[in-house]
Design a protein around this ligand. Structure first.
Ligand code: ZN
Length: 175
């Protein structure tokens, strides 16, 4: 599977509330494979469907252990419980070059379906919990910069504007 182009900040698809998947079919399996191929190509820790232009509730979170990358593809993911608080620096493949500290739960329990359609529950903490929270936000059109204070976002305004311009230029040249 070839990696897909990652949609950048400014692309309206990143603001869409994605639809739940009601049946795991070939389209969903293909979407999952594309997410995995793209997140690996970008060497990211997670990716959500809208980042490659699909508006279904599907994410992948990568667990790294030594040099191994284990992919957790979750369909219709939901955080069913969260605990603690952790403030760490975060970035996003759709917002390249911008990093900021974001408050996230220290640990989460995520429920959803795997790619075989089986119900799964994943307990995650630290970086993985952060990745799940970040990717699930994407499915509701929420970006990590939305979780910053107005002051912090203000400091990033110019950089974000430049990114948006770039994304808009890209969109008009491909359509
Ligand atoms: Zn992201």
């Amino acid at each position: 599977m070839k990696p897909e182009e990652i949609r950048l900040y400014g692309d309206p698809v990143l603001r869409v509330r994605c639809l739940p998947v009601d049946a795991i079919n070939d389209d969903v399996r293909t979407l999952a494979a594309k997410l995995v191929a793209t997140v690996d190509y970008a060497q990211g820790l997670g990716l959500a469907a809208p980042q490659i232009g699909a508006t279904w509730r599907v994410i992948v979170v990568v667990e790294t252990q030594d040099d191994e990358r284990k992919h957790h593809v979750v369909v219709n993911p939901e955080i069913i419980s969260a605990c603690g608080e952790d403030i760490s620096e975060e970035g996003c493949l759709s917002i390249p070059g911008i990093y900021a500290s974001v408050k996230r739960p220290q640990s989460v329990v995520v429920k959803g379906l795997d790619i075989a359609g089986e119900s799964i529950t994943i307990e995650a903490s630290g970086l993985m919990a952060r990745a799940f929270a970040h990717e699930i936000d994407h499915l509701d059109g929420i970006l990590f910069i939305d979780r910053l204070s107005i002051v912090k976002r203000g400091l990033l305004r110019r950089k974000l504007k430049e990114l948006k311009k770039r994304a808009e230029g890209k969109m008009s040249s491909t359509r």
